[in-house]
Design a protein around this ligand. Sequence first.
Ligand SMILES: [Zn+2]
Length: 411
Amino acid sequence: MIGSVFTELPSSRSPLRMLLLPPISRWLSAFPLQNSNHFRCLVHPSSPTLHPRNSRTHSGMELRAVVSALEKLAPPSLAESWDNVGLLVEPSPPLIVRSMLLTNDLTEAVLEEALAKKADFILSYHPPIFKALKRLRSTGGWKERVIVKALEGRVAVYSPHTACDCVSGGVNDWLAKAIGPASVSPLSHSLSAQFPGAWAHQLEFSVGSETDLGSILAELNSLQGAAVHYHTARSSSGEQTRVSVNCTAPALTQTMQLLSRESAIYRTLQVLQLSKPPIPDAGPGRMCTLNDPVTIATAVQRIKTHLRLSHVRLALGAHCTLDSLVKSMAVCAGSGSSVLNGVTADLYLTGEMSHHEVLDAVAVGTSVVLCDHSNSERGFLSELREALTGQLQGKVEVQLSETDRDPLEIV
Ligand SMILES: [Zn+2]
């Protein structure tokens, strides 16, 4: 029973408590070390395996083709506006990618591993370039050194980050599997990259019989990126023609210039901004409605098993015990507070939240499980490896980093 091994962190008044598992040997047998970095505190991983030229057995793909395949798996248009996704480091062409290394974070250790393994391409879930870099020096900070060495080693670097969070079958769908069978949907919806029919605006106006409608319609119909519809309607001021113009974003200015010439039209003109349609199965975070509710203790156990972690931190919601039922769980990979804030659920699962954000959640009866930032993301790379191997038609060797790990560990 998990309740029998529940302990509180000594000398801590944190709302978070640590759940300790039965003897670690059970975990070690359940999860072979080569598949997990989470036991690093117990057994140090061996240095990166050298693969001298074995990737040369793969025929390889041109860099642009690899980037296209990645963009199909997680379209960059799904990424948050503040993010920095896509191809971040591009050595001079031609670059044939034969070996790819997947990592959550591109640290100097991971870059050394990539160079030792003769990787041509690093997929780093987190973007190693986020804020603008004003210098690229081999003697600069660690991020500068990573980029300089990647370019010198002719290694391309790509980051999917929040595109991978939002896409159907991405990081958050992987994290949602932790709770077991459930119906899963995004907490909010990403918007389609395109307007239906490419129309970004709708302009509407009315004209009476005194206006030369024929010449206006002819001019509107001659515009690139505009489509005109009209119908006659009777109003208290007599018969009027109601005109509706759909136009693309680039055509808006020209359409407005044309219509503003006629003061009678301008007086009745309405300009509507059309919305891009939501994508039903894509967006940040996930809400999981369990097929069969489980206790908090069982939920925690399932989360540990899915994440291959010996410890997580738990904050029990107000009036909850380990035997309280979980019917719904909201998840957000990484740092989840901005996405989870205000979401009604029995349980939150995320990598990290601040002390005060945890207090806010438990005050309204929501329990919180935190597993440290990258532990809520890294496991997805195994699924991505499978998908990429197929997408790249086996022409590119796809490996998981052996040195990538969360910098925090329980000691
Ligand atoms: Zn993250």
